[in-house]
Design a protein around this ligand. Structure first.
Ligand SMILES: Nc1ncnc2c1ncn2[C@@H]1O[C@H](COP(=O)(O)OP(=O)(O)OP(=O)(O)O)[C@@H](O)[C@H]1O
Length: 272
């Protein structure tokens, strides 16, 4: 692929408005943060709407969105770029962070805490008054486009001493604390996303809430909104609700047979 294509912002625009159900005043606050291009951190459990929120905001602001799923094997070069060798010799290829800084995209680093600390520090000069990205290997200093914004997410539940952001990284961001929405709102989200009756969505939420009470008592995480949407989609396709719950809500959650039995009993009380 030629570099011209990589730098075409239109390919990163979100064409259709994603459905996002606000929980409080996060939309207005994010807009205010964006006005000063404040780097933003989204904290919260898996599948609670963080990525959807960023997609929605990128669409609302009319800005391209470049998302990077971070992992522990990721190096700074994966973000910034590297030299590649091909038949024509050596050429530089920008990484996603560099592309975003050049074209003025919102760059979303999902699960940033997974990346090693020596990788995360590359964002430092981009997230203070300098707004620059040094490409050391290339000998170039990229000045961020005026529209560029950095957004990161992480799940504090997975945090350990080894996997945490340095204070010097944390204190470069404004933050939003996400959680699963309150019952009524979550049922509306599941009903709308999966195309099922509100009454059925409410039952799924009840089951999820029971599982969330088991967090720390045999479960690392309770059932997420995402899994409920999966269950709802199966029900929408005519799958028996009990089977849908087993497949989408219960089986992926744990390998502990006792907990699986407990959760299945909960499903039985809501769906005959
Ligand atoms: N407020 C919301 N409005 C609309 N849909 C939502 C909302 N919250 C959750 N969802 C639904 O839940 C799904 C999972 O949300 P999302 O992918 O944003 O999770 P996440 O918090 O980014 O998770 P992860 O940390 O695992 O990446 C979405 O695809 C969407 O169907």
């Amino acid at each position: 692929m030629s570099e011209i294509n990589t730098l075409d912002p239109s390919q990163y625009l979100i064409k259709e408005e994603p459905f996002y159900q606000p929980v409080a005043d996060e939309i207005e606050l994010f807009e205010s943060g964006y006005a000063s291009r404040m780097p933003i951190m989204l904290k919260g459990p898996t599948g609670c709407g963080k990525s959807r929120f960023v997609e929605y905001m990128a669409h609302k602001l009319g800005k391209p969105l470049i998302t990077v799923a971070c992992n522990e094997d990721m190096t700074a070069s994966d973000l910034v770029g590297r030299y590649l060798i091909d038949i024509n010799g050596t050429r530089w290829q920008d990484g996603p962070l560099t592309v975003a800084a050049r074209i003025g995209a919102i760059c979303y680093l999902d699960e940033v805490v997974e990346a090693r600390q020596d990788t995360t520090v590359v964002i430092h000069p981009l997230t203070d008054h300098r707004r620059v990205l040094p490409l050391d290997k290339k000998g170039e200093l990229v000045e961020a486009h005026p529209d560029f914004q950095l957004v990161i997410s992480y799940n504090p539940g997975y945090q350990s001493m080894m996997k945490d952001l340095k204070q010097s990284t944390k204190q470069r961001f404004g933050g939003f604390k996400f959680d699963y929405p309150e019952e009524k709102i979550e049922a509306e989200i599941v009903s709308k996303e999966a195309g099922i009756d509100l009454a059925i969505a409410e039952k799924l939420v009840q089951i999820a809430q029971r599982s969330r009470n088991l967090k720390g008592h045999g479960l690392d995480e309770g059932i997420s909104t995402r899994l409920m949407v999966y269950a709802g989609q199966l029900i929408n396709k005519g799958v028996d609700p009990k089977k849908a719950c087993t497949m989408a809500l219960i089986t992926p959650l744990t390998d502990d047979d006792d907990i699986l039995d407990t959760l299945m009993t909960t499903v039985d009380t809501f769906f005959e």
